[in-house]
Design a protein around this ligand. Structure first.
Ligand code: ZN
Length: 167
């Protein structure tokens, strides 16, 4: 799927690196959600990443707050940080769609615009930022780092406590 390099490819790569480094160094929502309604741990033994996601979902199905704690490489932490930033206040339904779209972005099944459409246009800015993770598609081992927090989030929302990318 790698077409001829667009003129801006290098700039874009730099921007993506910056976003990942920024979130990796100063992760947002690195905490436990107070009065959380679900909690799940994700484990990526390939890299040693571990994240615990907590969320508070309202009876109406709104993700009122979502946060994470853990240890891992810059990609896993940046992915978790962007995830919590993007999904706070969003309906669970959108969280599920975004999760699927991010996994498709990371594996190369979707490009940014397709991912935006897959989420229904509700989170274009968020998808734009999360596209920074799409660089991992060239490194299959890293895909698991990027998708780990999303697996954990889905386990959390599904009421399962544990998840691993080793499947
Ligand atoms: Zn990792």
């Amino acid at each position: 799927m790698t077409a001829a390099a667009a003129p801006l490819a290098d700039d874009l790569r730099l921007l993506y690196q910056e976003i990942i480094l920024d979130h990796g160094k100063s992760p947002r929502n690195f905490r436990v959600v107070e009065h959380h309604t679900c909690k799940a741990q994700g484990n990526n033994p390939m890299c040693g990443d571990r994240v615990t996601v907590t969320a508070r979902v309202s009876p109406a199905g709104l993700v009122e707050d979502v946060a994470f704690e853990g240890k891992g490489c810059a990609i896993s932490i940046a992915s978790a940080s962007m995830m919590t930033e993007t999904l706070s206040g969003q309906p669970v339904e959108i969280a599920r769609k975004l999760s699927a779209a991010v996994q498709d972005l990371c594996t190369g099944r979707l490009e940014t615009d397709q991912a935006k459409a897959a989420v229904g246009g509700a989170l274009d800015d968020g998808v734009e930022k999360l596209a920074a993770l799409s660089g991992v598609r060239q490194f299959p081992v890293r895909v698991k780092c990027a998708t780990l927090p999303w697996h954990a989030l889905m386990s959390c929302l599904d009421g399962k406590g544990q998840t691993t990318t080793e499947k």
